[in-house]
Write a protein that binds this ligand. Structure first.
Ligand SMILES: NC(=O)c1ccc[n+]([C@@H]2O[C@H](COP(=O)([O-])OP(=O)(O)OC[C@H]3O[C@@H](n4cnc5c(N)ncnc54)[C@H](O)[C@@H]3O)[C@@H](O)[C@H]2O)c1
Length: 318
């Protein structure tokens, strides 16, 4: 038996751009009363903990400190953001070997402490690394998942909201499959407050559906490349996405989120980790939601799964 989980505690492994932005966002969220920052660069973790703690008088009291895997062992959620990020021109899949090596030094440290909480993977390629974390940890599938296309879905809602002049929270549309180049915009179920997206487009004076859907899906897919080319890394959008997932877990809210999770047969997908909508609550991934897909979306989803399976099959996880 591992240490009993402290529901008000979170750990972040990797305190670079993404880890520190996530820590800053979570500090302001009021979700946790204790936050441990772990990094191979201990000074970095200590510096981030101090800097973020100095904002506490403007938020709510909590204990923020740099620590190690013993300190993380009773966290309700361990968020892993450690690893190399994309350089301009690199795809997420290009990072795989570097980051698998890093995961081999992190995940066993968590597993050997019989960790009982939720392991949330953010490092890229997130689908492959979530699968790696699942295998290396031996933890149950519901407690190991990745942020997947939660961020891409936020980008999709934002861009559609801008296009249609409507609050992105009224846009119900999602990206599924790989968090990467083979991701799929699920247009067939996209709607704005229950109105099919094409109908809403026409109400707003947009009639070029084929051209617009192609352009918007491309913009979503290329968002990270554009941001990386301009400012070297992306971190605020993912930090907000991680906060949303943490809220779902800590408050047992059970939203449907496209997290990256091990597939058990919905739409005929097996033995692959990718993003499909799931109910997320205190037990992690609680239910895989069989949302309808068009034939074309289904075919592209299987192609995305095949691409991920091929990469995973090449890895040496011994
Ligand atoms: N899933 C998403 O939507 C999403 C979005 C943005 C970035 N990312 C990914 O997040 C990861 C981090 O990106 P970043 O911009 O913060 O990179 P970064 O280089 O700024 O930070 C990485 C951090 O990991 C630490 N680290 C390296 N090896 C470690 C180890 N063995 N143990 C503990 N810490 C270790 C480094 O010291 C560094 O502080 C990348 O893989 C990036 O592609 C994912």
């Amino acid at each position: 038996m591992g240490a009993a989980v402290n529901d008000r505690k979170v750990a972040i492994v990797g305190c670079g751009f993404v880890g520190s932005a996530t820590a800053f966002t979570l500090m302001q969220s009021g979700l946790f009363s204790e936050m441990v920052l772990v990094d191979v660069d201990r000074d970095r973790a200590e510096g981030e903990a101090l800097d973020i703690a100095h904002g506490m008088p403007f938020a709510a009291p909590m204990n923020i400190y740099a620590g190690d895997y013993d300190d993380a062992a009773d966290a309700a959620i361990i968020i892993v953001t450690a690893g190399a990020n994309q350089q301009p021109g690199e795809t997420r899949l290009d990072l795989v070997h570097k980051n698998v090596r890093i995961f081999k030094s992190i995940i066993p440290e968590i597993a050997k402490r019989d960790y009982e909480g939720i392991l949330l993977v953010i490092s890229n390629p997130v689908d492959i690394l979530t699968h790696v974390a699942l295998k290396l940890s031996g933890m149950p599938e519901n407690r190991v998942f990745g942020s997947g296309t939660v961020l891409d879905t936020a980008r999709f809602k934002y861009i559609l909201g801008e296009h249609l002049g409507v609050d992105p929270r009224n846009v119900h549309a999602r990206i599924i499959g790989e968090h990467g180049d083979s991701e799929i915009a699920a247009w067939s179920t996209a709607n704005v407050s229950g109105i099919p997206v094409n109908t809403f487009c026409e109400l707003r004076g947009h009639f070029e559906h084929d051209e617009s859907t192609r352009r918007i899906a491309e913009d979503v897919k290329n968002s990270a490349y554009e941001i990386i080319a301009k400012k070297k890394a992306t971190y605020y959008g993912i930090a907000m996405s991680v906060k949303r997932i943490c809220e779902a877990i800590v408050r047992d809210e059970k939203p449907i989120l496209p997290v990256s999770n091990y597939q058990r047969g919905v739409h005929g997908l097996y033995d692959v980790v990718l993003s499909m909508p799931a109910v997320v609550g205190k037990d992690g991934v609680e239910y895989q939601v069989p949302t309808p897909l068009s034939e074309d979306e289904q075919a592209r989803l299987h192609a995305s799964a095949d691409a991920l399976r091929a990469v995973f099959a090449e890895l040496d996880l011994e």
